[in-house]
Write a protein that binds this ligand. Structure first.
Ligand code: AMP
Length: 224
């Protein structure tokens, strides 16, 4: 099973990706994660990528595309893969499609979590961390998990916000790349959507990202 997974920052993509990985026992390939590992290990690739990542820009295609196509050839991808964070622009989509055709590999499912830009931004900026437990969900902009005043809604612990969640400029920059339907990430999702309209072997699934994480997960499982 080979899957592409699209969703803006703030849509809960990470959580849903883990569900897919468990269900199909496939390799979960996160382009951002590969870059972070390379930066941590001080590789040449990491050094090159860091300057772009620190500015919130995309790492150039001549670095990113070969890195991902190479990763898809690893042994753990033989049973299938879930690509998360790639493709991020139209060129990456076209190159991926060509490479899959050349390698005789199928693309089975493309998933898009649909969420308005404004809501996605509020999701990120409203997120609060509980001092007692990272898994206590609190978000000042989501009614179902609104904190109790300035305290954790689950245990009453002190709450704080992550610095990078409050960096509005960085969030806007990332979302501008994602929501760009001409050449950005949504353009690459729509490239595969139009392929799926012509080719029955590819399923294009959309999920309503406004629902709670549990509801999105349930919709995902029911559609698979
Ligand atoms: P992420 O964790 O997916 O948000 O990725 C972190 C950073 O890695 C992004 O802001 C980009 O700088 C870089 N990156 C991840 N995936 C790609 C990609 N497909 N193309 C170019 N740059 C990427």
């Amino acid at each position: 099973m080979n899957i592409l997974f699209f969703g803006p920052n703030g849509s809960g993509k990470g959580t849903q990706g883990a569900i897919l990985k468990d269900k199909y026992q496939i390799a979960h390939i996160e382009s951002g994660g590969i870059f972070r590992d390379n930066i941590k290990n001080g590789t040449e690739l990491g050094k090159k990528a860091k300057t772009f990542i620190d500015k919130g820009d995309l790492v150039p295609d001549d670095i990113t595309i070969p890195m991902i196509l190479d990763r898809l050839q690893a042994d753990d991808c033989k049973k299938g893969w879930l690509l998360d964070g790639f493709p991020r622009n139209k060129n990456q989509a076209v190159m991926l499609h060509d490479a899959l055709k050349k390698a005789g590999l199928s693309l089975d499912i493309v998933i898009e979590i649909v969420l308005d830009r404004e809501i996605a931004k509020n999701r990120i900026m409203g997120r609060r961390l509980c001092a007692n437990d990272n898994n206590h969900p609190n978000n000042i902009f989501i009614d179902a998990i609104k904190p109790n005043g300035d305290k954790c809604r689950v245990c009453g612990g002190a709450l704080s916000a992550r610095n990078d969640d409050q960096d509005e400029t960085a969030i806007d920059k990332r979302h501008s790349i994602y929501y760009n339907t001409e050449n950005g990430t949504l353009a690459s999702a729509y490239y595969f959507k139009s392929l799926a309209e012509k080719d029955n072997s590819i399923r294009y699934l959309t999920l309503d990202g406004k629902a709670s994480v549990k509801e999105v997960a349930a919709e995902l499982v029911s559609k698979l």
